[in-house]
Design a protein around this ligand. Structure first.
Ligand code: FPP
Length: 251
């Protein structure tokens, strides 16, 4: 774990570790902010604040080791049911994160993207992420994808609605609907499926995250609470991934 006084410093990455990660896409369910705060008798939003610091550290590290896509579950379509103060704080976080971190993302050649129903986000949140997407759109390093107001089932239903509309208008035929073309109607169009899906805090479920895309992902559940997750923990998850034998239904 990085000591808290040290969390904004760039970690030293061993030369041989740079750019050699063979995992293209890592997706993370960042869970345990609330419990982290509760253990310290702090308000839940303090846990989310520390969670944002972890996002910075993990983004730096993923970029340094050569991961191509990092998708982070920042706000689900179900999270609106949380207390208003917490929702408001979570909606403020992307702006806070980008106002302090965007220059470094640009320096590191990171491209920012989102998945989710961002039209339904408050104006200030949408504005902050759209600005970051625009300013980083030509970057060619790590793609950092925030899942914001994202839900896997809603994503699939909205893909079906689009396809039905096109079918009704004779723009698409039945034989053109297959797994590949269906994927192109999802928010993740053009993004490879995650090979590795991590969930922190000891919970072991997908919670509606990338349910189509994670069909063959290796699932790694780690007890660490998200604010305590760090480079070492990510390395540990990558090691677990490497210890698995991916067969994709074959032998
Ligand atoms: C789940 O933990 C976490 C969330 C719903 C929010 C995740 C958000 C962040 C980590 C910060 C995101 C940062 C940016 C830049 C957008 P929980 O609150 O459900 O934890 P608990 O299960 O312990 O209560």
């Amino acid at each position: 774990m990085i000591p808290f006084f040290n969390r904004n410093k760039k970690p030293k990455v061993a030369e041989e570790k740079k750019s050699n990660c063979d995992i293209e896409h890592i997706a993370i369910i960042m869970d345990g902010n609330g419990r982290w705060a509760k253990q310290r008798k702090m308000p839940r939003i303090k846990g989310h604040y520390e969670g944002m610091q972890t996002v910075k550290a993990v983004t730096r590290y993923a970029s340094d080791i050569g991961v191509k896509y990092l998708t982070l579950y920042a706000f689900s379509t179900e999270n609106w049911s949380r207390p208003t103060d917490e929702v408001n704080y979570l909606m403020k976080l992307p702006g806070d994160f980008l106002s302090t971190f965007l220059p470094e993302l640009i320096e590191k050649n990171v491209r920012v993207q989102t998945i989710g129903f961002i039209d339904q986000l408050p104006e200030h949140t949408r504005k902050a992420v759209l600005e970051a997407i625009e300013k980083t759109k030509n970057n060619t390093g790590l793609t950092l994808i925030f899942a914001l107001n994202y839900g896997g089932r809603k994503e699939i239903v909205s893909a079906v609605q689009l396809i039905a509309e096109q079918y009704k208008n004779n723009e698409i035929g039945l034989s053109e609907i297959n797994e590949q073309s269906f994927s192109d109607y999802l928010f993740t169009k053009g993004i490879p499926d995650p090979e590795l899906m991590i969930r922190t805090s000891g919970e072991e479920r997908l919670s509606n995250f990338l349910i189509w895309q994670a069909s063959y992902s290796e699932l790694v559940f780690i007890d660490t609470l998200w604010p305590d997750f760090d480079e070492k923990a990510l390395d540990q998850c990558i090691e677990i991934y490497h210890s698995r034998h991916r067969r994709f239904g074959g032998l």
